[in-house]
Write a protein that binds this ligand. Structure first.
Ligand SMILES: [Ca+2]
Ligand SMILES: [Ca+2]
Length: 381
C-alpha cells in the first residue's frame, strides 16, 4: 500500500478534451477513465459531481456556464466555461493533469468584478449528499475527492467522537489468523504519512483509559512499519506490530489518558515514526474505559468488553464516523473593484483520490506545467 506522488508525469501521452454532446466536454487521458464538464458547467466524476453557487446581499444564484473545448498555454486540452451571476462574471477551466498514478482533474474559477466597489460574495460548492467537508479537503464515502484552495467557513456539526480529516477507511484489509473480534479485519490507514486522528468528547480534565488495537497484515518481518501512538495526557508509545505481536496477530496498547488541556476532548493520534520505511500508519480499533479499569488485552482482542466499554470504535468498520458531520463548503471571498479572485480545486478523477494539500507536492502551477510538458512531448512525436 505504499504510494508516492511525484512530479513525474505518469505517461508521455497527452490528455484530451472533446465535445461528447452539444455543450459538454469530456476530459480524458489514454488508459484512464474519462470525466466530463456537463452543459451547465458541473464537473462530473465517478464519485458524483461538483458545481457552484454564489450569494450576495441576500440573493443566491447557481453558477452555470457556457462550456467549450479549449487549450491552456496553447497546449493542454481543457474545458472552458463562461458564466455570470449577481453582477459578477466567472470563467472556469477544467483539465486532466497527468499526475501519478491515475491523474487528477484541475478545476479553476476566476471571479471578476467590473464594478467600482469591492464585493464580498459567498461561494458555495454544490456537492453530493453525504460529502464530508474537512479543513482543506472534501471526502465522499471515505475517499478524498477534492483539495480546497483555502479553508471553508466553519459552520459544521461536530460529533461526540470521530476520525479527524484525512485517514482512509479500509474494510477487509486485516486478516488476523487467530480468533478475535471482527474489528481487526478493518483499519484506517494514513496514506502518504497522514496521521490517523480521533477525538472523543469527555468531561473537562477527565481521566480515561484508552486501548488501541492493531493488526499488521501486510509486512511479515519487523522494522517495516513503525508507528508512534499518542493519547492526550499519556506518554507516547512507539509500536512495530510485527516485532511486538507478529504478522496477522492482533495486539493492544493501553494508555492512561487525560484531557490535559481541559477542552473537553481526548485526542488520539497514530503517526509514522520518522525512521519507518512504510510511512502509512494503520489502526484497527479503539476502546475508552473508565480510568483505572482493567484493560486486559485478551478480553479486548476477543471483543468481550466492547459493550461495557465507555466507547468502542471499530476503526474503518461499519460504525466508524468522521468527527465532522456533513458540512457545507462555503467560502467568503472579497473580490476587489475592477479586479478578480482565482480559486483552484484539485479533483479526484475516476480511480484516483486526492492527497491533502498539506501532504501534496502539487500546486496549480506545477500541475499545469506537468500537463504542458506532456502535451508538448506528445505534439513533438
Ligand atoms: Ca477495525
Ligand atoms: Ca483535550
Amino acid at each position: 500500500m505504499k504510494r508516492s506522488l511525484t512530479l513525474a508525469a505518469c505517461a508521455a501521452v497527452a490528455s484530451t478534451a472533446f465535445c461528447a454532446q452539444a455543450g459538454e466536454v469530456t476530459l480524458s487521458q489514454p488508459g484512464f477513465g474519462a470525466s466530463k464538464v456537463d452543459a451547465s458547467g458541473r464537473l462530473v466524476e465517478d464519485w458524483g459531481s461538483v458545481g457552484f453557487k454564489l450569494a450576495l446581499n441576500g440573493r443566491s444564484e447557481p453558477l452555470t456556464f457556457q462550456v467549450a473545448p479549449s487549450k491552456l498555454n496553447g497546449l493542454v486540452a481543457a474545458a472552458s466555461g463562461k458564466g455570470a451571476a449577481l453582477g459578477l462574471t466567472v470563467e472556469s477551466t477544467a483539465y486532466r493533469a497527468p499526475a501519478f498514478p491515475a491523474g487528477l482533474d484541475v478545476l479553476t474559477l476566476r471571479i471578476a468584478n467590473t464594478g467600482a466597489a469591492d464585493v464580498t460574495p459567498l461561494l458555495t460548492l454544490d456537492l453530493p449528499a453525504g460529502a464530508v467537508v474537512g479543513e482543506r479537503t472534501v471526502a465522499v464515502g471515505g475517499r478524498t475527492v477534492l483539495a480546497l484552495p483555502l479553508s471553508p467557513n466553519v459552520d459544521q456539526e461536530v460529533r461526540e467522537w470521530g476520525a479527524c480529516d484525512e485517514s482512509q477507511p479500509m474494510p477487509g484489509w486485516g486478516s488476523p489468523n487467530v480468533p478475535c473480534d471482527p474489528a481487526f479485519r478493518s483499519i484506517r490507514a494514513g496514506m502518504g504519512g497522514v496521521p490517523i486522528k480521533y477525538r472523543f468528547a469527555v468531561e473537562p480534565r477527565e481521566a480515561v483509559t484508552v486501548a488501541l488495537g492493531f493488526c499488521e497484515s501486510h509486512w511479515a518481518v519487523a522494522g517495516q512499519r513503525v508507528m508512534l501512538a499518542r493519547v492526550e495526557g499519556a506518554p507516547r508509545q512507539s509500536v512495530d506490530p510485527v516485532a511486538k505481536w507478529g504478522q496477522h496477530k492482533p495486539g493492544i496498547l493501553t494508555f492512561a489518558g487525560r484531557d490535559a488541556n481541559g477542552d473537553g476532548q481526548i485526542d488520539v493520534a497514530v503517526s509514522p515514526a520518522s525512521s519507518s520505511g512504510d510511512q502509512n500508519p494503520i489502526l484497527s480499533a479503539i476502546w475508552l474505559l473508565p480510568a483505572g479499569a482493567p484493560a486486559d488485552p485478551v478480553a479486548l482482542i476477543s471483543g468481550s468488553i466492547n459493550k461495557t466499554a465507555t466507547r468502542f470504535v471499530d476503526v474503518g468498520g461499519p460504525g466508524d464516523q468522521a468527527i465532522y458531520g456533513s458540512g457545507k463548503a462555503e467560502f467568503t471571498l472579497t473580490v476587489p473593484a475592477k479586479g478578480s479572485r482565482e480559486l483552484t480545486f484539485i479533483v479526484a478523477c475516476p480511480g484516483a483520490s486526492v492527497t491533502p494539500p498539506s501532504r501534496s507536492a502539487w500546486s496549480a502551477a506545477t500541475l499545469l506545467k506537468a500537463a504542458s510538458d506532456v502535451a508538448r512531448d506528445a505534439a513533438a512525436r
